[in-house]
Design a protein around this ligand. Structure first.
Ligand code: ADP
Length: 275
């Protein structure tokens, strides 16, 4: 088994003549935490969208565990083992914390069942009411064993965020604080036990103590061997948690290396850090 989990080569994506991602290559090793930093508009989110199948590349290849995924849609890529969270935090507002976590599980555990297309549709369109219907209809005929496993995973994920999510287990997501909604989203992604966890600005909109909590959780995940691809603006967090940092500017990678190497890179200092 190769040490490289994610292998991105010469990746390109254009938007009406603008090269948002302009021929980038990088790898993420098994168990590594790799962060992408760079100024606004440098192509970070587009890169995550390409890796997770939300966007199709105009050129280049993406392989996960040696298998090409650059032509697969996001549902297929989720099945391959990539789970993500979004910059603005996406949860089903009317579903409880526990049900939000369960929605993600149904999409993969039932991957080969007739309801699969239906569940993909929900995940892509994020229609909370339909998702509730899905839980009501599709959730009931689950085999006992499968349901037990789902319940165990939900309990384990809520345990992970026990102090915060434990008391809110059955509360609808709309009643949660912003930080708890984001925790719920991370719990939903982790419930899938992904090979690669992709996080788009997990601390955006969080205060200092909430950010410190996320850092702690990331360090715990890292210690447990979770592979993570992270886009994050808070440099202290990035430099603390990352094994390697990729610096983007204008759709290209202008530097990559260990945090201390990137800090010292003059091109990075000039283009991005500004100090
Ligand atoms: P970052 O995440 O680093 O802020 P993005 O990947 O969001 O950067 O954007 C990179 C560039 O691509 C920006 O110039 C942005 O305006 C452009 N872009 C991103 N998504 C789209 C889109 N769907 N349509 C047109 N332009 C886009």
């Amino acid at each position: 088994m190769s040490d490289v989990l994610l292998d991105v080569r010469d990746l390109e994506r254009h938007f009406e003549g603008l090269a948002a991602v302009d021929g980038i290559s990088f790898t993420v090793g098994r168990g590594e935490v790799v962060s992408i930093i760079g100024p606004n508009g440098s192509g970070k989110t587009t890169t995550l969208n390409l890796v997770t199948g939300a966007l199709r590349p105009n050129g280049g290849t993406i392989a996960l565990d040696g298998e090409r995924i650059d032509r697969a849609d996001s549902a297929k890529i989720a099945e391959h083992g990539i789970a993500r969270t979004f910059q603005n935090g996406r949860v089903f507002a009317t579903l409880s914390v526990a049900d939000n976590i369960e929605v993600g599980l149904h999409s993969t555990l039932r991957a080969n069942r007739p309801f699969r297309r239906l569940s993909n549709l929900f995940l892509l369109r994020w229609v909370p009411l339909l998702a509730e219907l899905y839980i009501a209809i599709v959730g009931t005929p689950a085999s006992r064993r499968e349901q037990r496993r789902i319940d165990e995973v939900i309990a384990a994920e809520i345990d992970r965020f026990e102090a915060r999510l434990g008391p809110r287990r059955d509360d609808p997501a709309y009643s949660l604080s912003y930080a708890n909604r984001r925790r719920t989203e991370i719990a939903r992604a982790l419930a899938l036990d992904p090979k690669l966890l992709v996080l788009d600005e997990p601390t955006a909109g969080m205060n200092q103590s909430e950010t410190a909590e996320v850092l702690q959780q990331l360090l715990e995940l890292k210690a447990a061997g979770q592979t993570i691809l992270l886009v994050e603006h808070k440099l202290d967090l990035v430099m603390t948690v990352s094994d390697r940092v990729i610096v983007m500017d204008g759709g290209r990678i202008i530097a990559q290396g260990r945090p201390e190497e990137v800090r010292r890179d003059t091109a990075v200092v000039e283009a991005y850090l500004g100090r």
